[in-house]
Design a protein around this ligand. Structure first.
Ligand SMILES: [Fe+2]
Length: 390
């Protein structure tokens, strides 16, 4: 009887193994690329162990020799089994290109201490013969090019139009909030924009994500940070390209936390207050003070007399930034272009809101920030230049 039972179990597992095939369902995309490291995020269609294989970009075949494998360290000493994979590759040389590929072994069953039953392995060895190339940040930058979109609200077709020629064009891309209307399920972020971003550019170009008020909403919004890798482990952080300094702020929800629409679960004002204390320390740091230019990304623009979210930006962030020498704040949220010159919103720095249907391209040099805004047809709709340090 026991033998028959074991035979049935083995047969069922074998049949499952034939049917179940692990696939990459979204990504990979790059996060937090530094001069010595980068992080790759991707998802699989079934539970899997994931890893990244890295090879120098030296013209050798990927199969020339055994390539170093890097695993997801969130398992704290165990390789995590799941559908969401996040691997940091470290110990690299600055300003150097590396090829990488995301690999997976699907997991059919875990039997505690007895065994783990895997499917056939699957990864970017099958997807492409040309693995993505990532370049670590060099130490010195004479200019930085980046693109910004915001308030896409799951409009994937417009997003794809805006970025159809983006491959290799930018040093980084910034998603300035409200890329989804809510995060209903864990897969939404991948489904609504990161899958497309990966296909179009984000497997080779770092993406910086700014949290919008809509990214506070929905059952799985609490998992938003799983899809990012930030140096602070929070949704607010800084990054630098040489002497060009960037601050990413989280401007919270747009209504007071106690509002009926916030369902009794928001404590964003406390989060923003804590963030303002961190921001004060950032503006006192040597890297910030010695920067050639300082650009802030913040989903909601300031507005003392506006909605509560705008008022929070005015109350908590603007006083700190006013003393700090900010060259430009790039905002979103209002679904239209708007320029607020210094002194018009209690700000001593320029504030520019990008429309929800346009892509803002920026080039930063030590003396100026050049902005060009394009619609989905590729037509230039605005052009603006900001002198740095003025
Ligand atoms: Fe918004």
């Amino acid at each position: 009887m026991k033998k028959i039972f074991i035979f049935i179990v083995c047969t069922v597992l074998t049949m499952s193994a034939v049917r179940a095939q692990v696939k990459i369902s979204g990504g990979p995309y790059l996060q937090d690329v530094t001069d010595t490291s980068f992080t790759v995020i991707w998802t699989t269609n079934m539970d899997a162990v994931g890893w990244i294989e890295v090879a120098p970009d030296d013209g050798t075949h990927f199969y020339n020799t055994e390539r170093k494998a890097y695993y997801d360290k969130r398992g704290l000493g165990r390789k995590p089994i799941g559908k969401m994979h996040k691997v940091t590759v470290s110990g690299l040389e600055p300003g150097t290109s590396y090829r990488y590929r995301a690999m997976n072994k699907g997991v059919l069953s875990q039997e505690h201490r007895t065994r783990i039953v895997y499917t056939e392995g699957y990864g970017q060895d099958i997807l492409t013969h040309n693995p993505p190339v990532v370049t670590t940040l060099k130490k010195d930058w004479s200019s930085v090019k980046f693109a910004v979109v915001n308030d896409v609200h799951e409009n994937d077709s417009t997003f794809r139009e805006l970025f159809k020629d983006a491959r290799g064009k930018y040093d980084f891309v910034c998603f300035n909030g409200d890329m989804t209307s809510e995060v209903r399920a864990e897969e939404d972020i991948m489904k609504y924009y990161m899958k497309s971003a990966s296909e179009l550019f984000a497997d080779q170009t770092p993406v910086y994500m700014v949290r919008g008020n809509h990214e506070y909403r929905g059952n799985d919004a609490i998992r938003y940070l799983d899809y990012m890798q930030t140096p602070t482990g929070k949704t607010y952080y800084t990054f630098s390209y040489g002497d060009f300094f960037f601050i990413v702020l989280d401007s919270g929800e747009d209504k007071p936390d106690s509002d009926i629409r916030n369902l009794g679960i928001m404590i964003t004002e406390d989060y923003v207050k804590e963030e303002a204390e961190w921001l004060e320390k950032v503006t006192e740091s040597e890297a910030f003070r010695n920067a050639a230019s300082r650009i802030v990304f913040c989903h909601m623009p300031p507005g003392e007399n506006g909605w509560h979210g705008n008022a929070m930006v005015s109350r908590y962030f603007v006083p700190v930034l006013n003393r700090a020498g900010i060259d430009l704040m790039l905002c979103a949220h209002i679904h239209r272009y708007r320029y607020d010159a210094p002194g018009t919103l209690g700000n001593d720095f320029p504030v520019l809101c990008n429309d929800n249907l346009t892509r803002l391209d920026a080039e930063v040099t030590p003396d100026k920030i050049s902005i060009n805004i394009y619609d989905a047809s590729g037509k230039a709709v605005k052009s603006q230049t900001f002198q740095v340090g003025k």
